[in-house]
Write a protein that binds this ligand. Structure first.
Ligand code: PGA
Length: 256
């Protein structure tokens, strides 16, 4: 059985003091909850990661830590970049790649994303690969084709062994930060489709092992119905991951 996974994507939010208290609160509730079937990860802004790592270790917490981005380059004269190896050395387990905000605001093409994924997998990081259609694409009925293309572009050059280090996050662009989540039925329909694509590329057994997260306006009220769908293995949470109470409620929804 696949474990559930809930990942907080903090994006470029929270001041230093706010970030420190939130990390501490999440570590504490994680220790209290003693989760059986759910992994929990947070992806704070890079500059907070070192502190987060030290806090997690000092409390013997199993909270996993991820980055929101990494460089496609291994090392060298690339001002402002942070390599996947550096993130790994910092104690991170995972990195988000292909978020629609990176595609939209930082012009990350599929080719760039593939290189980033290669770099991350080489550094032994798990990749959370995001895909999702725009409102226009859904309304015109091309959403399945769009997701298939994004998956194919993403997995191209990734081996069957590497794919096991992959988590897919289905994040319809129209649902991100809008308060209009996909319905549980819409999420399940797309997740089942994504799994069928993965089965086509890598075989049914491998496809059954890959976690597929839903992201886009998940909140404590809709989390339970979304996460109870057979192919929805948890969530990638933006806004609702910025306060301990709502993040905790969403994590708890996976165990019910
Ligand atoms: P949201 O963001 O939960 O604020 O909609 C999700 C995401 O972008 O990962």
């Amino acid at each position: 059985m696949r474990r559930k996974l809930v990942v907080g994507n903090w994006k470029m939010n929270l001041h230093w003091n706010e970030a420190l208290s939130l990390i501490a609160e999440i570590v504490d509730f994680g220790l209290d909850l003693k989760l059986k079937n759910t992994g929990v990860a947070i992806c704070p802004p890079t500059i907070y990661l070192r502190h987060a790592y030290e806090l997690i270790k000092s409390r013997n917490s199993t909270l996993a830590l991820g980055a929101q981005n990494c460089s496609k380059f291994d090392n060298g004269a690339y001002t402002g970049e942070i390599s996947a190896t550096m993130l790994k050395e910092l104690g991170l387990e995972t990195v988000i790649i292909g978020h629609s905000e990176r595609r939209q605001y930082f012009d990350e093409t599929n080719e760039v994303l593939r290189e980033k994924m290669k770099a991350a997998l080489k550094a032994d990081l798990h990749v959370i690969y995001c895909c999702g259609e725009t409102l226009n694409e859904r309304e015109s009925g091309s959403h399945f084709d769009v997701i298939k293309a994004q998956l194919e572009e993403g997995i191209c050059k990734i081996t069957a062994t590497e794919i096991r280090e992959w988590v897919v996050a289905y994040e319809p662009v129209w649902a991100i930060g809008t308060g209009h989540s996909a319905t549980a039925a819409q999420a399940q329909e797309m997740h089942a489709f994504i799994r069928s694509c993965l089965a086509q590329y890598f075989g049914e057994e491998t496809a059954q092992c890959i976690q597929i997260l839903y992201g886009g306006s998940v909140n404590p009220t809709n989390a339970r119905s979304l996460f109870s769908q057979p192919d929805v293995d948890g969530g990638l949470i933006g806004g609702a991951a910025l306060t301990a109470d709502s993040f905790k409620a969403i994590v708890l929804a996976t165990e019910e």
